[in-house]
Design a protein around this ligand. Structure first.
Ligand code: ADP
Ligand code: MG
Length: 319
């Protein structure tokens, strides 16, 4: 359904010398530098798959989705979505896909969401019967009933995002590109949106590619992840394989306090537990250190949490 070959995007950005002199000289002497946002990536996604596209900020996720939806032309390489060349932006292609960006909105601020929906019905030529059906399904799945008729500006962020999703899905696209769909939401709304994404995928056998910089978030929605870092694909496979490949450590979880924990570099978790991920061959030594000073402490050894795995995958220094 999605085929990507050696896909590359290089941005040309003007270099400005700092200060006022810089901004004047740059008027006639423009110099550019090249940013390789996406660097010859390959992957393919089968129809009906749910794939997480994961990477730290600036990794190239949004740029890739923009190429896959035809908003940006590739600098090199190629991509195909449902048989179409996205950059041609053909009408039937646009009817097949949707792009939802967590930080951008298409709903009209001063009008109720239902008005934007009606606009999209016209825009996509959705037959009335199908529109009514889809709207009622989406309203149920996303619990939109109480606020569908209120001006968008009066909605909470979570309510607005649910309406955004509905607006983006009224034409029942077969391929969904979701860019950080749960960003900035509180946990309950995140859970609703995640559940909804899974249901939409199953009900319509839609292909879904969603980005996130949050491993735990993605882990709840997909089984396959593609990891991108600095424009390069670092991993493509199952979530379990990811832990195997990058997460060869063990995590000690301790409830308690003591200087030994600070010395070893334990970090504080919620509910006054502390944790530390170390390589397996150090477990006995570290347990010994702790128990010598804190013989009564409550201690468990578990697999490392996914965000630790991710940090390891992207290098320790970078968050
Ligand atoms: P992500 O979505 O993973 O955070 P982006 O695709 O937004 O990453 O950005 C990838 C890289 O490309 C970053 O270094 C970013 O600064 C750069 N970039 C993104 N958009 C532009 C643009 N319009 N012009 C120049 N550079 C850009
Ligand atoms: Mg982005």
């Amino acid at each position: 359904m999605i085929e990507v070959e050696q896909l590359t995007k290089v941005y040309r950005v003007p270099i400005r010398e700092p200060g006022i002199v810089g901004s004047v000289t740059s008027l006639w002497r423009r110099e550019y530098k090249e940013v390789r946002a996406v660097d010859a990536i390959d992957f393919s996604v089968a129809a009906g798959e749910r794939v997480g596209f994961l990477g730290p900020n600036g990794a190239g996720k949004t740029t890739t989705l923009k190429m896959l939806t035809g908003l940006l032309h590739p600098s090199a390489g190629s991509c195909r979505v449902a048989g179409w060349k996205p950059q041609d932006r053909q009408r039937d292609f646009l009817r097949t896909i949707t792009l939802v960006m967590g930080q951008k909105q298409q709903l009209i601020w001063d009008l109720p969401a239902i008005e934007t929906f009606a606009l999209n019905k016209a825009l996509f030529d959705i037959p009335s019967k199908q529109y009514a059906e889809t709207l009622s399904e989406l309203t149920k799945l996303l619990s939109l009933q109480e606020f569908l008729h209120q001006p968008v500006r009066n909605l909470s962020l979570g309510q607005r995002m649910r309406c955004e999703l509905a607006a983006a899905l009224l034409h029942r696209p077969k391929v969904l590109f979701l860019d950080e769909p749960t960003i900035g939401m509180d946990v309950e709304v995140q859970a609703i949106v995640r559940q909804f994404i899974i249901e939409y995928n199953q009900r319509y056998e839609a292909t879904i590619m969603l980005t996130s910089h949050d491993m735990a978030d993605v882990a709840r929605m997909v089984r396959r992840v593609i990891l991108i870092d600095r424009g390069v694909v670092r991993y493509d496979g199952s979530l379990e394989g990811l832990s195997r490949e990058f997460g060869s450590g063990r995590t000690l979880v301790v409830r308690g306090n003591g200087p030994v924990l600070d010395r070893l570099g334990f970090s504080l978790m919620e509910d006054d537990k502390r944790r530390l991920t170390i390589s397996p061959d150090r477990v006995n030594e570290v347990l010994g250190d702790i128990l010598r000073e804190l013989p009564q402490v409550e201690l468990t050894v578990v697999d490392p949490p996914l965000d630790d795995v991710l940090r390891r995958a992207f290098g320790e220094k970078r968050e």
